[in-house]
Design a protein around this ligand. Structure first.
Ligand code: ATP
Length: 251
């Protein structure tokens, strides 16, 4: 029996529209004065439709599809971030998500303190974080800035710290949304190598990207999504060929 797997059966996920349906006072007044038509009621967005998926240990699965196809939603659903309306989500294995890298950052705290906060969010203990702390700082190349509040960091420095922390913890199931363009060219090279190591150690990789060449290189299977559904699933060369010959728009 597999130690790790991802199973989804007839999963439906909706983004509720009530937040967008709220009317502002200005809109009410304008509508009352007949200066503006009353706002049309928006429907919930049905982002995953009767979705079925089975991923076994050892698979490296690439997810491709047009903008808004539901790729990121699928990753976040696997990660358990979004509650599903119905269906079954059955996951075995420790999940490591590499998206929303700066989640859990506190701008007023130092880089060092943020390593601790973010590490705890990633499921580490204070002791294991302390053991990794120096390696994380060295990889991020932040020098003395590590003890400054991260509010003082440039955006590149912030990305380097976030990347360094997030990739310091391996996971059995690695969920990746587009390879993170971390920092400048030199850092990017280093980051790519570290990502490669993480992908090699993961038992399952699910990788969302618009970059067909990279995804074809890395993945053992590709899933093509359209409007919340899988429309092709299989061997990377075949799916890319299918995509190319059917002129799907991936952008
Ligand atoms: N927070 C949200 N609230 C409402 N609708 C959303 C939200 N996030 C995504 N959606 C909608 O869900 C659908 C799927 O979006 P998703 O971000 O998963 O697509 P994607 O395939 O990752 O797109 P892209 O390639 O542009 O990143 C789209 O119709 C999008 O408008």
């Amino acid at each position: 029996m597999d130690n790790c797997y991802i199973k989804m059966e007839n999963v439906n996920l909706y983004y509720p529209s009530h937040i967008y349906n709220a009317t502002t006072l200005k809109q009410e007044v304008f509508s009352f004065l007949k200066l503006q038509k009353k706002k049309e009621k928006l429907e919930d967005v049905h982002a995953l439709k009767n979705f079925n998926l089975n991923i076994k240990e050892g698979e490296k699965v690439g997810i491709i599809g047009h903008n808004g196809a539901g790729k990121s939603t699928l990753l976040k659903t696997i990660a358990g971030i979004y509650p599903i309306k119905d269906g079954i989500r059955d996951i075995r294995g420790e999940i490591r998500s590499l998206f929303d890298l700066s989640l859990g950052f506190d701008l007023e705290s130092s880089g060092r303190e943020n390593i601790m906060y973010r590490g705890l969010l990633l499921g580490e203990t204070p002791k294991t974080i302390k053991e990794k702390e120096q390696e994380i700082i060295d990889f991020a190349e932040l020098g003395d800035f590590i003890d400054y509040p991260i509010r003082s960091y440039s955006s590149g420095m912030l990305v380097r710290l976030a990347f360094s922390i997030s990739t310091s913890v391996a996971g059995e199931i690695l969920l990746l949304d587009e390879v993170i363009a971390a920092g400048d060219a030199a850092f990017h090279k280093k980051a790519k190598k570290r990502m490669g190591d993480l992908m090699d150690t993961a038992k399952i990789l699910v990788f969302v990207s618009h970059d067909l060449t990279t995804i074809q290189e890395i993945c053992t299977r590709i899933i093509l999504m359209e409007h919340g559904r899988i429309i092709a699933d299989g061997d990377p060369d075949e799916i890319v060929h299918h995509y190319n010959s059917n002129h799907f728009s991936l952008n």
